[in-house]
Write a protein that binds this ligand. Structure first.
Ligand code: ZN
Ligand code: ZN
Length: 345
């Protein structure tokens, strides 16, 4: 079978390797769709601080169970499944406090950019789901990013009638956040980004105002749209230092900011202390999501409470993964489904 191995920044290789056999508690899955993620692109460009190469690449997928290892009861060959990239241990200090996303022994699941992959035992047990017939493999694959968005929404707790501004709105997580904000009853969702193509999708998915930050100042635009106060909630999804800092200026006194997009290690952010202190601005952060968040994310996709299909802008065969990253880096794509059975011809 073919499997992409990550070797270092800008270095990935499609290798021929034997089809693995599942061990106890594991699943062998034939990948039907693997979806690119912002984390994959970041890793492709500059490596990942937690995972030294080489490793099998890709983590958002939907596929068919080919073989179930001993002891697996919930899944059998022929079932259509997806799984999250991580599962908590359930035992450590953080897990025992209901904060499994901060687990000290998180188990990860990689190798989706391949013909087949093994899903590890803790993930099979906690965060693997059977896909219902009306949901496609590529839609189900989005359970992982949506888990993190669900977790972020739980923390920020949007109330009915609130005005929400999203910075980095046209990206996949921004588009998920805006749908959940509307579902929570937000009266206004201001979507800001710099790609007209992506902002058009934000508009189609219900954003009340879209702002292209190349031609309009985000802070001023948000203030203009909120009687000069600023938004009740600002969700930062751009993953840049300036976006983190800008968020604080665009939120109203007494408002909340969610810094969703991670910054490279060693980054220092400057906070206007007087504004945060006297303005009673609450700052939220997050890392991943719990098993419970994964279940909720999967249900949101299954019940089509949120639409994930518009987030997949392109479909490419496995051997064109590099091209997928090029399209993403150029801002010409949102998420790309890699289909191992699609021919490059
Ligand atoms: Zn992902
Ligand atoms: Zn744990």
């Amino acid at each position: 079978m073919r499997s992409f191995v990550y070797l270092g920044p800008e270095q990935i290789e499609l290798r021929q390797v034997p089809v693995p056999r599942p061990g106890r508690g594991e699943l062998l899955v034939k990948v039907k769709a693997a979806v690119t993620c912002g984390t994959d692109l970041k890793t492709f460009r500059r490596g990942h601080p937690k995972f030294p190469p080489p490793f099998a690449f890709g983590h958002e997928f939907g596929g068919d169970v080919i073989e179930a290892g001993d002891g697996v009861e919930a899944f059998r060959p022929g079932m259509r499944v997806t799984a999250n990239v991580f599962a908590e241990c359930g035992q450590c200090f953080f897990c025992s406090r209901g904060q499994g996303n901060l687990c000290e022994n998180l188990i990860y699941n990689f190798g989706a950019f391949s013909d087949y992959m093994i899903v590890p035992e803790p993930i099979v047990r906690r965060t693997t789901f059977e896909i219902s017939p009306e949901i496609s493999y590529e839609e189900a694959a989005l359970v992982e990013p949506l888990t993190t968005v669900v977790h972020g929404q739980r923390r920020i707790g949007i109330q009915p009638g609130e005005r929400v501004a999203i910075l980095g709105a046209g990206g996949p997580v921004g588009l998920m956040h805006q749908q959940l904000a509307l579902r929570a009853g937000a009266a206004q969702v201001i979507a800001a980004g710099h790609s007209d193509m992506r902002l058009e999708i934000a508009r189609q998915l219900g954003a009340t105002t879209v702002i292209n930050t190349r031609s309009r100042d985000f802070i001023q635009a948000v203030r203009d749209l909120t009687d000069g106060h600023g938004a009740d909630v600002v969700i930062e999804c751009a993953g840049t230092k300036s976006a983190w800092e800008t968020s604080i200026e665009a939120v109203r006194k007494g408002g909340r900011v969610l810094w969703f997009g991670g910054l490279p290690g060693g980054t220092t952010v400057e906070v206007n202390a007087a504004r945060v202190h006297y303005g009673e601005i609450t700052l939220f952060n997050l890392h991943g999501g719990t098993t419970l968040d994964s279940k909720e994310a999967f249900d949101l996709i299954t019940n089509r409470v949120i639409q994930v299909r518009p987030l997949i802008s392109d479909r490419l065969p496995l051997e064109m993964l590099q091209e997928a990253f090029r399209l993403m880096a150029a801002g010409d794509a949102i998420k790309i489904a890699i289909l191992p059975e699609l021919s490059a011809e």
